[in-house]
Each structure stands twice: as structure tokens, then as C-alpha cells.
Write a protein that binds this ligand. Structure first.
Ligand SMILES: CC(C)(COP(=O)(O)OP(=O)(O)OC[C@H]1O[C@@H](n2cnc3c(N)ncnc32)[C@H](O)[C@@H]1OP(=O)(O)O)[C@@H](O)C(=O)NCCC(=O)NCCS
Length: 170
């Protein structure tokens, strides 16, 4: 399998992850998001077949999003020096594996590739966290991959904001 950047010429037909919003994003929005510099997408191919995709964009974790006690958890990660009202992050905007390839550890491998990829190039802009608006059905997947819920404020929503601390990487 090979992971490649989505380009204006990428063939995006035939992907089905079982969720129409995620399927439609790939076909209808991914290229225009690339063009408008809103998000970069990457596709995983198995002999030309689309296995999975994700997109990433800049983000931040900010004081306003969380309760006092949860903000303390974030602040405790920065015990020395000036405190800020937000900390830089990269958001996984979309993340999906084709139904035909589910539960084969592909999502987990892809998540590890994202972490390594983001960790290996630190020459330009800095960020501390990876964030994701996790579908409730996918929360256990993210938990297994080291993500934790950021806030209780969204506990009744259909997605939960979760984060991964890059300092947890070896
Ligand atoms: C969530 C998703 C990306 C997981 O991809 P995957 O390749 O099947 O995941 P993995 O095989 O690496 O699974 C690792 C672990 O995550 C958990 N997991 C994965 N899919 C799950 C599901 N549908 N329900 C509950 N737990 C799940 C399991 O604990 C699994 O370990 P196990 O198989 O040993 O029990 C995939 O199911 C998917 O694309 N779903 C539809 C789209 C979606 O929800 N995307 C996330 C948007 S926020």
C-alpha cells in the first residue's frame, strides 16, 4: 500500500467508508479545500484502490473551549514559563477507512504514520497537540490511539473533541 498526497489529478472514485458525509467530502470538497488552502488530504492506495484517507489543517486548543478543571490539565503540561490562552494544534479534519478494509489495523497504522509524519518535520510552524472531532462511534478507536476527550462541554453533541499530546511520542 502507498500513502500519497491528494492532488488535483487524484482519482477519488469508488471509496465507501459507510458514512455519506465522509464519502462526499472526499469527492466533493477535498480538492477544493486543497486549492483554497483550507486542508490537505492524503489517500492510502492498495494497487490503485482507495483504502483510506485523511485531511489535516491547523488548529488550536483554547481556554474558551474547556472547563476550568480541564484547562488546568492542559496548563499543567506547561509548568514553566508564560501561560497562554491557547496552544497550537493540528486537526485531523477527516479520517476514514473503507468498509472493505475495516478492523485490519489499517486505521491504527495510518494514525501512527500521521504522528510520525508530523513529528519528523519540525522546521517550520510548531504545534503541540493533534485534535479531532471524533464521531461517538469512533471514540474507542481514538482512545486506543492515545487520544483523550478535551472537554465535558460537548458531551451531548454527536462528535467529541479529543486530543493527542505530541510529547507522548518517544
Ligand atoms: C474508525 C475507523 C477509522 C477505524 O479504522 P480501522 O482500520 O477499522 O481501525 P483498526 O482496525 O485500526 O481498529 C483499532 C481499534 O479501534 C477500535 N475500533 C475500530 N473501529 C471501531 C468501531 N467501528 N467501533 C468501535 N471500536 C472500533 C477497536 O478497539 C479496534 O481494535 P480491535 O479491532 O482490536 O477491537 C473506521 O472504522 C472508519 O473509517 N469508520 C467510519 C468513519 C469514521 O467514523 N471516521 C472517524 C471520523 S471522526
Amino acid at each position: 500500500m502507498e500513502l500519497v498526497r491528494l492532488t488535483p489529478d487524484s482519482n477519488l472514485s469508488g471509496f465507501d467508508c459507510g458514512d455519506s458525509d465522509l464519502n462526499n467530502f472526499l469527492v466533493e470538497d477535498a480538492k477544493s479545500f486543497l486549492d483554497k488552502r483550507i486542508a490537505n488530504s492524503f489517500i492510502l492506495l492498495d494497487e490503485g484502490r482507495l483504502v483510506a484517507y485523511f485531511c489535516i489543517l491547523n488548529d488550536k486548543i483554547s481556554r474558551q473551549e474547556v472547563t476550568n478543571s480541564q484547562w488546568r490539565t492542559i496548563k499543567n503540561k506547561f509548568p514553566v514559563g508564560k501561560q497562554f490562552s491557547s496552544y497550537p494544534a493540528i486537526k485531523i479534519g477527516r479520517f476514514a477507512v473503507s468498509v472493505a478494509y475495516r478492523r485490519q489495523n489499517i486505521g491504527t497504522k495510518l494514525m501512527n504514520i500521521i504522528k510520525d509524519m508530523l513529528n519528523s518535520d519540525r522546521n517550520y510552524s510548531a504545534f503541540r497537540f493533534i485534535t479531532v472531532d471524533a464521531y461517538l462511534s469512533a471514540m474507542s478507536f481514538y482512545q486506543k490511539n492515545g487520544f483523550v476527550e478535551l472537554t465535558e462541554k460537548d458531551r451531548k453533541d454527536h462528535t467529541r473533541l479529543m486530543f493527542f499530546d505530541m510529547m507522548e511520542l518517544p
